[in-house]
Design a protein around this ligand. Structure first.
Ligand SMILES: N#Cc1c(N)n[nH]c1N1CCCC1
Length: 322
């Protein structure tokens, strides 16, 4: 079976996208994350006070994987931990009958405060899964063999609902050709490299190595590229209080592209005005990857494309224009 689930922006700035998932007998709204590999949910194991505003998984003790635990921490300092159950998970009609469901006993404040997000569904390689004593499979790995094609396709949109397709490519969701490149999955992520970037009409050769990551809001690249971009934005500056480059909300933002597999993957300038700040200017969608060690092609990069993640004998990534 194949299937498709909506990806709905959680707020007016596309901070993250939420998709409905049936876990056991509950429907939760999860953040599908190609940058991590745990399927974890808010659960009845948590203190009631942590569950206010959230949908949550009602655990069935008979389904517990006794002695199994998980603990995850993300690059932004957030995290969660808990116990593991084997239960039914359904995404867009695709069913995993005994998926490892990581039920939270504790989650960090960032998650408790975000009442829209009921957990995450990881779509990176299962080698990054945090369950002990035995690593568990992602939902995609669990259902892979039942899919017509061994792939999922990501269709995130700018200030609109998109979708995640499992097992098929939806020709109505893109125009032009799909450009495929091999994926570097050696570090557990969907890794990709670019050979150049462009700002407006000017191209510069450079090697940009990074990961595709639906769970990251913005686009993080090397500092020299970020500086060159905002040099073309009148009134832009690095604002340490806001934590990145900001600019007047009236500024005209040039398009940005990364050349991947010889094809320019363009990010429209409009998408690079991420959100207003508390200080009366606007926060940039392109920011420095300082301290990360590689680039992160997050939602700002992804939301103009239809991106196929194919786990064939050689993992591949396909890019097409929405
Ligand atoms: N930081 C971070 C991060 C990432 N690189 N991919 N997904 C992330 N998160 C998912 C939920 C919180 C952060």
């Amino acid at each position: 079976t194949n299937g498709s689930a909506p990806a709905v922006p959680s707020d007016q700035y596309d901070s993250l996208y939420l998709s409905p998932v049936t876990v056991g007998s509950s429907t939760l709204h999860l953040d599908f994350d190609t940058g991590s590999s745990d399927l974890w949910v808010f659960s009845s194991l948590q203190a009631q006070s942590s569950l206010v505003g959230h949908d949550y998984y009602m655990v069935d003790p008979a389904k517990e994987k006794q002695g199994y635990t998980w603990k995850i921490s993300y690059g932004d300092g957030s995290g969660a931990s808990g116990k593991v159950y084997a239960d039914k998970v359904v995404v867009g009609g695709v069913t995993a009958t005994a998926q490892a469901v990581e039920a939270a006993t504790a989650v960090s404040a960032q998650f408790t405060q975000d009442v829209d997000t009921d957990g995450l569904l990881g779509l990176a390689m299962s080698t990054l899964n945090t369950v002990k004593p035995q690593q568990q499979k992602t939902f995609f790995d669990t259902v892979l063999k039942q899919l017509a094609q061994p792939l999922f396709a990501v269709d995130l949109k700018y200030h609109a609902a998109g979708s995640y397709d499992f097992g098929f490519i939806d020709k109505s969701k893109y125009t032009g050709a799909i450009n495929y490149v091999n994926a570097d999955t050696s570090k557990g992520w969907w890794g990709v490299s670019a050979t150049a970037y462009s700002i407006g009409n000017a191209s510069t050769s450079a090697t940009v190595s990074g990961i595709l990551d639906t769970g990251t809001t913005l686009l993080y690249v090397d500092t020299p590229i970020v500086k060159a971009y905002y040099a073309k934005v009148k009134g832009s500056k690095m604002d340490n209080t806001q934590g990145g480059y900001v600019f007047p909300c009236s500024a005209t933002l040039p398009d940005f592209s990364l050349t991947i597999g010889g094809v320019k993957q363009i990010v429209p300038g409009k998408h690079i005005n991420y959100s207003p700040t508390s200080a009366g200017n606007c926060f940039g969608g392109i920011q420095t990857n300082d301290g990360i060690g590689f680039s992160i092609l997050g939602d700002i990069f992804l939301k103009s494309k239809y991106v196929i993640h194919e786990m064939g004998s050689t993992p591949r990534i396909g890019f097409a224009q929405q």
